[in-house]
Design a protein. Structure first.
Length: 457
């Protein structure tokens, strides 16, 4: 019993002595940043140029001429040009009088499009999808147009030479001359892509794999927002919100071999991909400020000075006040230059990032107090147990390793919560608290000594 009193007295005395503790942290995968080589400048004279991109081709154009790159350069002279679309060996031209034509680069022939006020066109070597107030498909060879009103366009499948549409929970494939297939699934369809092994279909809360005989072989639960192609691999783009309330976008590559989603997280970014495409072996996106290119192994910050950016299947085409520039996927692969690791995925290398883990506390401050500048979790830790997190300590200018920075006997958290200045000692309170602390410590120390004397008897 007396031993218990001794232990109790010592524990209570120590309770009033300020203390601090160490900090735990977890390592997180770091992403690697690369820069590309110099962009190619297009050396042509054209007033008020605009750019257009499509399948394996791109163009620079104005109201009376078009310069197309597809297996070489092609000049097209016309008049009253209002919009231009390119894709494969074809160029679509909309004129200010509302008429539209499709030109063949290989034969220089022109086919009139019997659809008025065309707003958008997707061109391939096997046909065109035409958008105005509705959706139509045109067989370029015959000139026939088929109405797809009420359908949603999903993708141009260059592997199976077909266009993929959906209507609610039904998926359709159009191969020309009304040759179509369709299949129903359990929920509303968001997107679908075809590739050599079959098709991936993204729907509400579910991803489906369909073979080339249009049979559903597998399905998986997912909250993915979008389906894209990365290095010819179907890739899911998913938006999440982290613990700090910030949005992140995660790319997960699908395994075509076992028809499943790989567990490995391929890439994560805090940047909203507003214009998202596949660029050869990369996924590229533009956030209205910068161009970003990612692969399974590296991430590239391409440029941040362009005000208009478009992507073909193998080229980025961009404009700024000095002209038109382009960069091919082959050039990207062959000119990559390592510029550093990027822990917080803000496209700033850690060596130049004042806050490498993006936790609101600058690197110098974290290093000063022994925190880890590559651990965002330490933002919410409280190693000195004063009621303030490390982030709050930084904002208030207090020491995250001292329970009472100004030494007045009041914890930093208490002073902040009660509108006091935790950096200026409150002497009256300090002396009163010290007197109370010493009295309590003395009381329990005497209590422990009395227990020891009784034990001796």
């Amino acid at each position: 019993m007396n031993k218990t009193l001794v232990v109790f007295g010592l524990m209570m005395a120590l309770l009033f002595v300020p203390f601090s503790s160490g900090m735990l942290w977890q390592s997180t995968e770091t992403h690697t940043l690369f820069s590309t080589g110099s962009w190619n400048k297009l050396n042509i004279q054209m007033k008020n140029p605009k750019i257009a991109t499509g399948l394996d081709s791109w163009a620079v154009w104005n109201s009376n001429s078009i310069y197309v790159i597809h297996g070489g350069a092609h000049w097209i002279n016309s008049s009253d040009i209002e919009k231009v679309w390119v894709g494969g060996k074809y160029v679509g031209i909309s004129h200010s009088n509302g008429t539209t034509e499709i030109l063949s680069l290989s034969s220089s022939t022109s086919i009139k499009v019997p659809v008025k006020n065309v707003q958008r066109m997707i061109l391939t070597d096997f046909g065109a999808v035409i958008f105005n107030s509705t959706i139509s498909v045109m067989d370029i060879q015959s000139g026939k147009v088929y109405d797809f009103s009420g359908f949603s366009f999903m993708s141009a499948d260059i592997v199976h030479h077909e266009f993929i549409f959906s209507k609610g929970n039904v998926l359709f494939g159009y191969k020309g001359d009304k040759e179509m297939w369709n299949i129903s699934i359990d929920s509303k369809i968001k997107n679908a892509y075809g590739f050599k092994e079959g098709y991936y279909v993204l729907a509400e809360k579910m991803l489906y794999f369909m073979n080339n005989e249009y049979k559903l072989e597998a399905k998986y639960k997912t909250n993915a927002e979008e389906l894209v192609m990365l290095n010819n691999n179907p890739t899911l783009l998913n938006e999440i919100t982290d613990d700090e309330g910030e949005k992140q976008w995660i790319f997960n590559v699908l395994s075509k071999e076992n028809r499943s989603i790989e567990e490995k997280e391929q890439y994560m970014t805090y940047i909203s991909p507003q214009k998202l495409v596949s660029l050869g072996p990369f996924v590229s996106f533009y956030d209205r400020k910068s161009i970003h290119i990612i692969s399974e192994n590296y991430h590239i910050h391409a440029n941040n000075t362009f005000y208009d950016v478009e992507f073909s299947s193998n080229t980025i085409v961009a404009m700024n006040s000095t002209g038109v520039y382009y960069l091919t996927s082959e050039e990207i692969k062959n000119t990559l230059k390592y510029i550093g690791d990027d822990f917080d995925m803000d496209w700033i290398p850690d060596s130049k990032d004042p806050d490498a883990d993006n936790d609101g506390m600058p690197n110098w401050w974290e290093e000063k107090y022994g925190l880890n500048p590559l651990n965002p979790a330490d933002r919410n830790m409280d190693p000195d147990h004063d009621g303030l997190t490390n982030y709050q300590e930084y904002l208030n200018g207090t020491n995250p390793l001292k329970w009472d920075t100004d030494g007045d006997g009041l914890s930093d958290g208490y002073e902040v919560a009660h509108g006091m200045n935790p950096l200026v000692p409150n002497n009256a309170v300090k002396y009163n608290i010290q007197l109370v602390n010493y009295t309590i410590i003395a009381f329990f120390a005497i209590f422990a000594i009395m227990g020891l004397k009784k034990e001796e008897k």
